[in-house]
Design a protein around this ligand. Structure first.
Ligand SMILES: *[C@@H]1O[C@H](CO)[C@@H](O)[C@H](O)[C@H]1NC(C)=O
Length: 272
């Protein structure tokens, strides 16, 4: 007789839980639905912007450093890169131009043979060309001799011949352009993937601590690679800052022992 009375609050509890559960599921489904819809939408917008930009003039340059001391090795690499550039060009929009800009410190006959010239692009209509800046002065810093620094430094120098470019691709020479690059203009600067912050190592924490020392904003990206593609001035300021940071890290975050040639790659993959 009375046995149904105590059951009522329990049923109410079950019903309430069910209602709450339904709300939670609904919330999650809606959240999923709207977020994926929004991502799709922005992806679609980005694609549309990209397609529209292929009907407008766009002048870009692949900027690279060729160490004259190892010219043979790097000219072989440049031959491959150049070939991929020629192939890529077959797919390029009519109003787009893509030059190769090679920084080096001497006139090399092999570059002339490849059709690379020592004069700048004169206007945005001129066909794609391979340009050599042969009077580049190596970045030399006291107590700091790192050959690869020049491959970043060339992207930092605002040489007058580079001013004509809307966008710059900072790349090493041992790379290729694919046909997809022919029509690719992302909405923001794009960078490749590199690997230096590994699970189980404190490399990222250490970088975060250094950024805090320098009053910088916390980083939201890690493992940034060495290929950068973006608006010229932005790439130039990133390269400039990278150079400053290289000097800073070399001065403050490596011991004398770590800087010795004999130490070699012992610091890898933690701090190298
Ligand atoms: C970076 O930019 C500053 C300010 O324009 C300049 O003084 C400095 O020389 C640049 N550094 C490099 C490595 O280009």
């Amino acid at each position: 007789m009375d046995d149904r009375r105590p059951a009522a609050p329990r049923q109410l509890g079950v019903q309430l839980s069910l209602v709450i559960l339904v709300f939670i599921v609904q919330f999650l489904v809606l959240q999923y639905w709207f977020s994926s819809d929004q991502e799709l939408k922005s992806l679609r917008e980005e694609k549309l912007d990209n397609v529209m930009s292929t009907h407008e003039p766009f002048v870009r340059a692949a900027v690279m450093y060729l160490p004259p001391a190892q010219a043979d090795k790097f000219i072989t690499q440049l031959r491959w890169f150049r070939q991929s550039w020629l192939t890529m060009h077959e797919y390029e929009p009519e109003l787009w131009r893509t030059d190769i800009v090679v920084f080096t410190s001497t006139s090399l006959i092999e570059l002339k043979e490849l059709g690379c010239v020592e004069n700048p692009r004169s206007n945005v209509q001129e066909p794609n060309k391979c340009i050599v800046i042969a009077d580049y002065k190596k970045a030399s810093f006291p107590e700091f001799n790192y050959d690869f620094a020049d491959s970043i430094n060339v992207a930092a120098v605002n040489h007058p011949w580079v001013e004509i470019y809307d966008w710059v691709l900072r790349t090493d020479i041992d790379t290729f352009l694919t046909p997809a690059f022919a029509t690719w203009k992302p909405s923001t600067m794009a960078v490749g993937f590199g690997q230096y912050s590994f699970d189980g190592y404190d490399t990222n924490d250490r970088l975060a601590r250094i950024m805090k020392d320098l009053d910088m904003q916390p980083a939201e990206l890690d493992n940034i690679g060495s290929t950068w593609y973006g608006a010229r001035q932005l790439v130039q300021s990133c390269a400039n800052m990278t150079m400053e940071m290289m000097l800073y890290l070399n001065k403050n975050e490596f011991t004398q022992e770590e800087k010795n040639a004999e130490y070699g790659a012992k610091g890898w993959p933690r701090w190298h």
